[in-house]
Each structure stands twice: as C-alpha cells, then as structure tokens.
Design a binder for this molecule. Structure first.
Ligand code: FES
Ligand code: MG
Length: 585
C-alpha cells in the first residue's frame, strides 16, 4: 500500500496562481468570473486582496449558544492575521455550531448535518485551503469528516481546554465533578449554597471541558492523526500561546494551499491507528470509538471494534487525567502536553505518518520532553498497563458494546446481577429516585430505546443515575447497561453503545426485569442468561417502535444513520465522491 509522498516544496516556482482551485473562479476572462470579481469588489476587496492568492476559508463554528467557543471571534481574527502574513486571502465562513451544553436532545443528532455542511461549503466555494475551527465535542469529528470527503487542504485549530476550576480548596473538573457533587447533594451531603458556589465557578473561562472528555480526547486524536500543529490539543483556550497557535495555523494553511496538501495525502490507516492508540493512552472518551470509525469511513478505511480492542490490549494508559485519572488538561499542558506523551510510545505509533506540518509524526514529537511524571506517566508506571476502554461481546450485544474500564469501580468489572429494566429515558427518570424502587447495589440497571434510532440521536444517557435510596446507603457505582452513549467526562461501570440497539431489534429490547446479566471485562464478555425458547417467545411478541418522523432532517437521519459499531455516519456519506469539484458553472 502506498505511503503518501512528502508535500511539494514551497518554492516560488510552485506558486503559480493558475494551479489554485480558486483560479477557476477568479482567473478566466469570462462573464461568470467577471461576476465573482466585481462582487468581491462590491464587498470592499481589491485585486490585490485576492488575485493570485490562495483563498483560505476559516470555517468557524462560533455561536453565542456554544459557550465553549466564546473566544472564537478573536481567534478567527488571529487566524486571519496569519493568513495575511503568509500572502493568502482569508474568508471567514460560519458553519453550524454544535454546543453540547444548550442543544436538545443531543448534538450527536446533528454531527452528520455539520459534516455534510462542511463538505458542501468547501466544495461549492472558491476555497484553496481551510482552517477548521472547532472544539466542543461533535464539532471536531464533523469538521474532519466533511474536510476528508471534500478532500481540500485543511488544518484543524482546536478551541483548547478551559482553565481548571477552583472551589474552596478543591480543583474542579468539567462534568466529572458535577456528577460527583450532584450525587453528594442527593445523598444529603451538600447544602444549596455550596451547590450554587460550584455552579458559579466550575466553568472558569472560554474553552472546552478541561477534563479528558470528548472534546480534549478528539483534539488529541486529531493532533496525533496529523490534522493540527504540534501541541495544539492541550494548549488552554485563553493563553497567549493559543492566540499564537491560531496565527501559526493561519500561516500554515496558506502553504498547504500551495502544496495542495490534502487529507488524502497525509491520512492513512496508520494515522487512524495513531488516533486510536492516542485515545487509549490518554484514557479518552468512549465517544472517540464512534467518531473514529466514522472518520476512517470517510477515508475508505474500515476501522472495526475488534481493531480497537486489539490496540487496547497493547496500549498503556499514560495520561493521568480525569475522569480516568487525577489531573486536568491544564496540568497535561504544563507537563509537556500530547507530544511529550506520544514521545513515550514511539514504538507503538506509526511515526512515518505525515502531519499537516509537512513532517512526519515522528519528527513532530522528537525531543518533546515530559516535565511531570505524575501527569504523564513513564512506561514502567502507567495508570493502566492496557487501554482504558474495552469492547465486550455476547448475546446481549452481537455487534459489540464498550466500557471505559479505567473509570469503573474495579470490583464491578466482573459482576452478575438481576436486571432492572427501564423502557426509555422518561420512565427511568420518573422511577429512579422512588423510595419504593425494588433495587439493590447488585442490580444491573438497564436503559433501552436510547440509541442512534431509538432516542433518537444517540444521547449521553448511559451513566444512569444511582437510585437515591442507594446513594443514601453509600453506594456510588453500579453496573449500568444501555444502547446510549455517555459523556466523556462521565465515569462508573457503564456498558454503552449496545449494538444493534433495541429500536433496531437488538436483543436488549427483550430483556426483562429480574433476568440475570453477567459482565466480565477481562474476558470481554456480556451475557444475558435466558434460554433460546424464552428469547424466541419474547421476540415474537415484540413490536418494533416507530422511529421514523414524518418529515424533516429527523426523517433523513432515521432512514440513513448507521449503528454504533459502524460509526453512526449516514450510509450515503461514507467515503469520498470520485470528483469533488462542482460542475461547470
Ligand atoms: Fe463543550 Fe464539553 S461542553 S466541550
Ligand atoms: Mg462531552
């Protein structure tokens, strides 16, 4: 299989404007090009602004409703400055903003919509290269998926994690500490004033969650896959270094346009493996599996759940970061960041894989030094000797399911107990804190109709709450099983992404309260104790829920979304169009 060659040299001879994609819009002496040029002039641009220069699209996922990207207006200006320095023509293009905190039912419903928008926005405009500005969870895979399918030179600028929060004498981490203190509040251990105090300080600045949630996991994966500059993923959002990163990213985008350095020239199966290994080594979010499968699919590479598990077996967890570990992203940055961590596992990575910098990953991380061995552990003292996320299989999940074992209570990694089944989220919410709920610490809580189709949108409901009566008895973890996802900031013994999901006729649909369920993470199994006749009897009585809305985006989604083990992309978006260019006019 062919390794990509080095990008073209950045010599003056290679800077022939006729080689630029945008030349098709601005170069010809015809009526249509007259229109393109005259209307740019109407917007105040002169020939010297755009003629013969690479047009760099700044794809900005800013919105007032995306709190994690609140610094993007300033960062976009800094990217613009870099583009101008390098002789490009910057154009800012807003694209759908997916902010985790204010969208219902879940941003995951819209990841593919943003991916489609990115692909088409790049295709139809005179854009020679793009800076992809994202950060909050789903924006990262969506931007990458769209850019890979459009196959236009692209470089990712992550929003960066917010600064770590302080409350009293505690350091608070996004999400993770919210769940923790909420349980304490329900258990009667936290007063209203303290709860309000946490609300007032836990989101300390602009930027993404500063635990190793999905945003930081995806930013690290993106950097390791070669899609952003070295050190980008860990740089906190509001540091001056982040502004300089933005400017550097803008400058580099101009060179990438001249080099025609497309994702197809630097993304390989090796890059995808590097992404998987990175995710495992940082104790990353379970959501990364779904996103990586979808990203690989756009490249025409099949990433299987089995591949994920194989790599998990040989990848140690070195990043000691919450929720799987002790520290936060700012500590990771101070400890040397992702390049330093990757430099401790060069034997596991494909160091020949290219990056947007034009050098290999190996060259990019060479010499990166770990400053703090507590945050980035040495190989001989890992957080865990093998990956923090495992794939389980069995009669309850024929196509697999996942568990973040490093964020689970070790006592529960091998467990057998009676199921307590909730048919859907509202039913669970109504019953979970009922003092008469028939539940014990050994029960296995099950939530169904919470998957890509059933919920719909594959929401983060998988960390089912511990029933209040058990919280008051001191219980803090239980085995929970669902066809939902969970937030990357969540923790606990939560088996997720059951595939096929219940709404797609998966066996999860047939489980009843009282059935015995066994999980054994070391053996990678999940087993539902039922005899075949009984399962068959229940299946014939089962009626599939109607999950296809009558119209709108929801209908497109329901008709085309794939299951968790296939990345939840739309079936018609997998791969790349043979000719991504728009037709003649
Ligand atoms: Fe935006 Fe966590 S809510 S990154
Ligand atoms: Mg999240």
């Amino acid at each position: 299989d062919s390794k990509p060659t080095s990008p073209a040299g950045n010599t003056n001879e290679s800077r022939d404007p006729a080689r630029l994609r945008s030349h098709r819009w601005f170069g010809p002496d015809d009526l249509r090009s007259f229109g393109h040029r005259s209307r740019l002039k109407g917007a105040g641009f002169d020939d010297s602004d755009f003629q013969g220069k690479p047009v760099i699209g700044i794809l900005n996922t800013w919105s007032d409703l995306n709190t994690c990207h609140s610094h993007f207006p300033q960062r976009a200006d800094e990217v613009r400055r870099g583009i101008l320095q390098a002789g490009g023509f910057p154009v800012e293009v807003p694209v759908l903003s997916l902010g985790e905190m204010l969208m219902k039912p879940t941003t995951m419903l819209y990841r593919n919509l943003l991916a489609m928008e990115v692909e088409e926005v790049l295709r139809c405009h005179p854009i020679d290269a793009a800076v992809l500005m994202g950060g909050c969870d789903k924006t990262v895979p969506a931007l990458l998926m769209g850019a890979i399918s459009a196959d236009i030179p692209s470089i990712f600028l992550p929003a960066g994690p917010m600064l770590k929060a302080r409350w009293k004498d505690q350091t608070l981490g996004s999400g993770s500490d919210v769940w923790k203190y909420w349980d304490e509040r329900l258990a009667g251990n936290l007063c209203d004033a303290d709860w309000k105090g946490i609300e007032n300080c836990i989101a300390r600045s602009a930027g993404t969650c500063m635990t190793m949630g999905t945003a930081s996991t995806m930013a690290c994966i993106t950097e390791a896959m070669g899609f952003s500059l070295a050190g980008a993923a860990c740089t906190p959002s509001v540091l001056s270094q982040h502004s300089r990163l933005a400017t550097q990213t803008g400058r580099r985008a101009v060179d990438m346009a001249w080099e025609d350095f497309r994702p197809s020239k630097f993304m390989t199966a090796g890059s995808i493996d590097n992404g998987v290994i990175t995710s495992l080594s940082i104790g990353g979010s379970t959501n990364a599996i779904v996103h990586l499968i979808a990203i690989a699919g756009r490249l025409g590479i099949e990433l299987t759940m089995d591949r994920f598990d194989q790599l998990s077996d040989r990848t140690p967890v070195l990043g000691d970061i919450r929720p799987g570990g002790r520290y936060l992203m700012e500590d990771f940055y101070d400890a040397g960041g992702l390049p330093a961590l990757l430099n401790r596992m060069t034997d596991l990575l494909d160091t020949d894989a290219l990056t947007v910098s034009g050098v290999t990953l190996g060259q990019q991380i060479n010499g990166a030094e770990v400053i703090d061995d507590e945050v980035i552990r040495p190989r001989e003292n890992p957080v865990s000797p093998v990956g923090g996320t495992c794939v389980l299989r069995g009669n309850l999940a024929p196509s697999g399911c996942v568990i973040k074992s490093i964020a689970a209570d070790k006592r529960l990694l091998k467990h057998r107990g009676p199921a307590l089944v909730f048919d859907n989220y509202p039913a669970m919410k109504a019953a979970i804190n009922d003092p008469d709920l028939d539940v014990g610490a050994d029960s296995v809580l099950i939530l169904r109709n919470a998957g890509p189709l059933g919920a719909p949108g594959f929401p983060e409901w998988g960390m089912l709450p511990i029933p209040q009566k058990l919280l008051r008895q001191g219980v803090r973890d239980m085995v929970r099983i669902s066809d939902a996802r969970m937030s990357g900031t969540s923790y606990g013994t939560c088996v997720l992404h059951i595939a096929p999901e219940s709404a797609a006729s998966g066996p999860l649909a047939l489980v009843q309260t009282g059935d015995m369920i066994a999980i054994d993470v070391e053996a990678r199994t999940i087993h539902w104790e039922v005899d075949d006749d009984e399962a068959e009897r229940r299946r014939s009585a089962w009626v599939a829920p109607d999950v296809t809305p009558p119209r709108g985006y929801g209908r497109l989604y329901a008709k085309h979304v794939t299951q968790a083990d296939q990345g939840c992309d739309f079936d018609f978006l997998v791969g790349r169009s043979p000719d991504a260019e728009p037709s003649i006019h």
